[in-house]
Design a protein around this ligand. Structure first.
Ligand code: FUL
Ligand code: CA
Length: 509
């Protein structure tokens, strides 16, 4: 039984509202069931639920990827592992702080720096291999430690940070053996985890094994990635160094959304399966999966490649906004790649486009009209000793307070009313997923006269919500802004759920 599974089972046992005990006499086994006290009248969780670190990670929502390294200088997407360390020759001093400032202006809350890609060249002076930045003769590489600079800058800017470290290594002569895993790869991950105990994610891509120049020998090595990297051990040892790191992909704490085009399914569960085929259902998750495995969309802000090239060109702000709606707005996080160029900085075209996008995001989500509305729920759970489940919890901009319907009520409406009509374009919904993802079907309606209700966003599948769902009310993610709708009230009708709905926030823009 793996640790993660055991953890899930233990949590389930600890939280379950009924405790079952067997009488001591083994011949007459009687079953006694007692109801655990619940002074706060909290709704029962619907399993699976996120771990604390997954919950924190989901709240990061939108962050950057920085593909930078040997490939930036040799015009490759996958360096072969035989490039000279001297080819890594920045034309200026690399400046990770500048990368982070640029993406912060776009509304991103953090970033992940690629510090080792498949070519194996490490951007920090690692003890695990000589194939690293300290062996480049370039004056702008001498004494430079990208991992350290990146971590420091992120901490100063109060941003989340982490590293991409490729398990596949086309340079290392030990690749394919156990000692590569123990003495090279795990060591590298541990060195990186020590650059900050407050990291939020470590990224392991899925490309694994194939041809390369392993120890200088041009050959092909295949491994079985489901067992080769000793993942349970990797996960435990990294969590000891940096407890909030989500180990992505092979690490089993967040899932690949299944495409690199920047979209998640409109129906998207955080639930997945393990040990039951199919284990991964990328874009959509698995409604009754037993394992919490939220989606992350990795996508490119510039085309064509992940690494900078002369051809790199950023997307328009409107296209970026569409991508945001189709990922963050569909219960997935978005990690958007902004590649530094050969100067070790983000080029001006990216910097200004990021700024433009940041302004767009801010202006479109500026005034949360839900806060000035009165809100009513057709069913509200009775409050506990100190906790209230009132609908007002939905508009307090506090992710830890939530509204809940009464037990067994799965069909419920939430109505937000204003004294004067408001122009509305987006509705944002959030379940309190710490108690599980529950909602299966809902609709959004509006009224101008206060009595006739009309549906909104007909073309959008109004199925799952999850951590966050953003509904463009005109039904179009590509052209979502439009002229809006004049509404005196908005009604969210939850039509079906796995158990009584439990939601933390509603926002209207
Ligand atoms: C993939 C890699 O092979 C690509 O080069 C890139 O790093 C992407 C984000 O992950 O697995
Ligand atoms: Ca709240």
């Amino acid at each position: 039984m793996n640790n993660r599974f055991l953890h899930g089972v233990l949590t389930a046992l600890a939280l379950t509202a009924t405790a079952t005990s067997f009488a001591q006499n083994p011949t007459v086994m009687t079953l006694q069931t007692q109801v655990a006290p619940n002074p706060e009248n909290e709704p029962r969780p619907v399993f699976p639920v996120p771990s604390d670190r997954q919950w924190q990670w989901q709240q990061t929502e939108f962050y950057a990827f920085f593909h930078y390294g040997m490939n930036t200088y040799v015009n490759e997407e996958w360096g072969k592992g035989n490039e000279s360390p001297n080819s890594f020759a920045p034309t200026e001093k690399p400046d990770p702080r500048q990368w982070l400032e640029a993406v912060q202006a776009a509304g991103m809350k953090g970033g992940i720096a690629v510090v080792k890609h498949h070519d194996g060249f490490c951007l920090w002076p690692t003890a695990s291999t000589d194939y690293n930045i300290s062996h480049s003769s370039s004056p702008n590489a001498q004494g430079v430690n990208i991992a350290e600079l990146f971590a420091k800058a992120a901490q100063e800017l109060h941003m989340k940070y982490g590293f991409y470290v490729s398990p596949w290594d086309r340079n290392n002569g030990q690749y394919g053996t156990d000692s590569y895993v123990k003495d090279v790869f795990l060591k590298q991950c541990a060195e990186l985890a020590k650059y900050g105990s407050d990291q939020f994610e470590m990224w392991f891509d899925g490309a694994n094994g194939g041809d390369g120049y392993y120890g200088g020998k041009n050959t092909t090595i295949h491994i079985d990635r489901s067992t080769y990297y000793d993942v349970p051990n990797l996960r435990d040892s990294i969590h000891k160094l940096s407890p909030n790191i989500i180990l992505w992909g092979v690490g089993g704490e967040a899932r690949w959304i299944g495409n690199e085009d920047g979209w998640a399914g409109e129906t998207n569960w955080c639930n997945e399966n393990r040990g039951v085929a199919p284990e991964r259902n990328g874009m959509y998750g698995t409604e009754n999966g037993w394992f919490w495995l939220p989606g992350e969309s990795d996508a490119k802000f510039t085309n064509p490649g992940w690494f900078w090239s002369q051809k790199s060109k950023p997307m328009t702000a409107e296209r970026t906004f569409q991508m945001y709606l189709e990922t963050v707005g569909r219960n997935s996080t978005l990690i958007l790649n902004c590649p530094p160029d050969r100067s070790g900085k983000l080029p001006q075209d990216q910097v200004s486009r990021l700024k433009e996008f940041g302004k767009m995001l801010k202006s479109r989500f500026q005034t949360n009209l839900a806060k000035s509305a009165t809100i009513e729920a057709s069913s509200t759970r009775a409050h506990g000793a100190t906790r209230s489940y009132a609908a007002n919890n939905l508009i307090d901009e506090n992710p830890d307070t939530y509204w809940a319907a009464e037990d067994d009520v799965k069909d419920v409406t939430l109505t937000l009313k204003w004294n004067n009509p408001q122009t509305v374009r987006y509705v944002t919904l959030q379940e309190y997923v710490r108690l599980g993802q529950r909602v299966k079907s809902f609709s959004v309606e509006y009224t101008t006269d206060g009595s006739t209700w009309k549906p909104l966003a007909n073309k959008v599948k109004q199925t799952t919500i999850g951590y966050k769902r953003i509904i463009p009310l005109n039904g179009s993610t590509a052209n979502s802004y439009g002229s809006g709708y004049e509404a005196r009230a908005i009604r969210i009708h939850i039509k079906d759920a796995k158990a009584c709905p439990v939601m933390s926030e509603i926002a209207i823009y």
